[in-house]
Design a protein around this ligand. Structure first.
Ligand code: GDP
Length: 298
């Protein structure tokens, strides 16, 4: 991910950093190239406009033209603008799991986004790092295979799994999960809701009613970073209906252009909390805006 963008931006900086003095024209030309690089990386147009405007404002404000090492300064300004775009330096958002147990975490997203895998990864992290006792529950009544997949993953990572009962509605399974969580001393109950192949009224209504009865501390949207602008649009649509608290972007290990990752925070206003970086149960990185910006700039 980001390879092409890193290369393009590197090219822009190379032209600048060798130079002792920059003219306003040089800075404008660099800004134009940064704009094209971001657009080619599939970053949403309003986001690109905003970032470029911010970079221009800072470059002028800090008087890059008269600086001793102007190229270096542009690199730093672009770096800082990317960090801001990704949520700011202080944004290393963990999970809110404090409160009276069992605390519910609701997982939402389209089918195939990586929701079930991410549910298991989160359960493992909460157990291993935060020493929480975690119960996983699948609410996907339409796809028995999805339930079995989560059950298998729960066994693999060594956390609890709510037994499957035939013919129960998702909302009733969610209630049963919370009751089981309480009775059996679980700290956290992760609810893996049913996805669909596209945004669908039934899915939204179901997720909403599950949220109403379980009052989750976190409602996370799982989105596939490889689907680019579609992932951003999906996140927007979900956020209109569900009180999301954060995002998880999966397949960040894939060969994508990275636009979704760069647009998500700005378009939805939601913090990116985790990045999925492999298919394995430990392939989940806590999001760190500075680290990602550093990676993009190479
Ligand atoms: P769901 O339908 O949303 O529950 O999606 P799944 O959890 O079943 O994931 C769909 C596929 O994507 C599976 O083959 C996962 O192993 C894979 N997957 C999920 N997250 C990641 C990730 O971060 N990186 C990679 N490479 N594959 C992932």
């Amino acid at each position: 991910m980001f390879d092409a963008l890193t290369e393009r931006l590197g090219g822009v900086f190379d032209k600048l950093t060798g130079r002792g003095v920059l003219s306003e024209k040089d800075v404008d030309a660099a800004l134009r190239e940064i704009r094209v690089a971001l657009l080619e990386a599939d970053v949403a147009l309003p986001v690109v406009k905003d970032v470029v405007a911010k970079i221009r404002e800072r470059a002028v404000g800090e008087d890059v033209i008269r600086a001793v090492a102007p190229g270096q300064q542009v690199v730093k300004i672009v770096h800082d603008a990317l960090v801001d775009l990704l949520g700011g330096e202080g944004e290393q958002p963990g999970l809110m799991v404090e409160g009276e147990p069992p605390v519910a975490i609701l997982m939402a997203g389209l089918q195939g986004s990586g929701k079930t895998t991410t549910s298991a990864k989160l359960a493992k992290r909460l157990q291993d790092v935060h020493k929480k006792k975690v119960l996983l529950a699948s609410l996907d009544t339409r796809r028995p295979a999805a339930m079995e997949q989560l059950q298998q993953l729960a066994g693999q990572v060594g956390v609890g799994f709510l037994p499957i009962m035939a013919n129960q509605r998702a909302v009733d399974i969610a209630k049963r999960a919370m009751n089981a969580g309480k009775l059996q001393g679980y700290d956290v109950v992760i609810l893996d809701t049913a996805g669909r192949t596209s945004i669908d009224e039934d899915m939204m209504a179901e997720a909403k009613s599950i949220a109403d009865v379980t009052r989750p501390r976190e409602t996370l949207l799982v989105a596939d970073a490889l689907t680019g602008q579609d992932a951003v649009e999906t996140a927007k649509r979900f956020h209109e209906r569900l009180p999301l608290t954060g995002l998880v972007l999966t397949r960040m290990d894939g060969d994508g252009r990275g636009g979704a990752a760069l647009s998500m925070r700005h378009v939805t206003g939601l913090p990116i909390k985790f990045l999925g970086v492999s298919e394995k149960p430990d392939g989940l990185d806590a999001f760190d805006a500075k680290r990602l910006a550093g990676r993009i700039l190479g």
